[in-house]
Design a protein around this ligand. Structure first.
Ligand code: FAD
Length: 323
């Protein structure tokens, strides 16, 4: 069975959840072989083995993670040429999508980005990716027809399923060229976000919109999010008004999220907002206007004033958790 290269997303030794999701998808297509850039592979290996990685190619040579995205594309290109994998899977993060594009150019292959599903093609002609396009209005199935399929998959597109793997460490044996070292990372600052999960990776997201009314009231959204162990998001109306930082904006010009549960509070459901959350598995809406377009997407909806509904919901969840 051919290998499927999976680019690991990790923070030091800690493997990010999206990598486990990619491993789960990779197992449908072939033998998952992880590509690990930088230090920490020894510590991360165990987790990768639990999710079926057969091999871990380690590129931890001098400077490999000191330069923006170019070294990752070079390492993947060299490994793809050597191993002729059935596919290369990358997380559809901002960096991941750039790496995927650069890799596609280097190995003259087709690339699909923002996939929300992935399955083997039934006639052996390569994996079929599901994508949500035109602001999430249409779901399409796409296949790469040239070269090695490169697929950037959105976080939360698959539930990670454990499976035993050897996760044998192997040096990638790739020298990063001087050309790939032109943009150097001089400092890394860890964003302060307390205990909350990362917005694009969170299993639950609670977002607030213009209906929240002001910055202070976002405490209500945060409390609800914390009761669920969720990340906090916001509509552009809320971020433009300065009620919540721009990095938490969900939508066409913000972050794309695809959590198991998305709770939209005081958000009308403009097409640009939908573009960033429409592929969420379950959508819950709290809005006082029963005609708000967001209800068209809702699996569950509460027509009501968020200032009544949200505190009661938060209390109820806390009570439920305690019992
Ligand atoms: C090029 C472009 C890009 C854009 N990109 C984005 C993007 O990335 N993300 C994004 O979100 N938007 C984006 N927008 C803006 C988008 O068009 C909308 O203006 C925006 O999403 C509206 O935000 P909202 O739903 O919070 O506000 P509104 O549309 O004003 O909706 C507020 C909602 O709150 C409800 N409400 C009010 N008070 C209460 C209450 N007390 N209790 C319960 N419900 C209440 C109202 O009924 C209403 O439905 C973009 C626009 C353009 C032109």
């Amino acid at each position: 069975m051919a290998e499927v290269l999976v680019l690991a997303e990790h923070s030091g030794e800690t493997v990010k959840k999206v990598t486990l999701e990619l491993l789960t998808l990779a197992r449908r297509l072939g033998e998952p072989a992880v590509v690990w850039l930088g230090a920490g592979a020894d510590g991360g290996r165990g987790r990768l083995a639990e999710f079926g990685a057969t091999k871990v190619y380690v590129a931890d040579g001098e400077g490999v993670d000191d330069y923006v995205v170019a070294p990752a594309a070079e390492v993947l290109a060299a490994l793809a040429s050597r191993t002729q994998p059935a596919a290369v899977l990358i997380a559809a993060t901002a960096d991941g999508k750039e790496i995927a594009g650069r890799l596609a150019v280097k190995i003259s292959s087709g690339v699909l980005t923002d996939a929300v599903g992935l399955a083997p093609g039934d006639d052996g002609s390569g994996p079929v990716a599901e994508q949500s396009i035109f602001g999430g209005a249409i779901i399409v199935q796409s296949r790469v027809r040239t070269g090695t399929p490169i697929v950037a998959v959105r976080p939360n597109s698959a539930a990670p399923e454990p499976a035993e793997g050897a996760a044998a460490l192997e040096p990638a044996g790739v020298e990063v060229s001087e050309a790939a070292k032109s943009a150097r990372i001089t400092e890394r600052v860890v964003a302060e976000r307390g205990e909350r999960p990362d917005l694009t990776e969170a299993a639950i997201v609670v977002s607030g919109g213009r209906g929240v009314g002001n910055a202070e009231n976002f405490a209500l959204i945060e409390k609800l999010a914390d009761s669920l162990g969720a990340a906090v998001g916001a509509s552009r109306a809320a971020t433009d008004a300065g009620w919540y930082p721009h990095q938490f904006q969900v939508g066409q010009t913000g972050k794309t999220v695809s959590p198991q549960l998305y709770v939209a509070v005081g958000i009308s459901g403009a097409i640009q907002h939908r573009a960033g959350m429409q592929t969420s598995k379950t959508i819950m809406v709290i809005n006082k206007d029963p005609e708000a377009p967001i209800f068209e997407l809702a699996d569950f909806g509460v027509v009501g004033d968020l200032f009544n509904v949200v505190p009661q919901l938060t209390d109820e969840i806390a009570r439920h958790r305690e019992s």
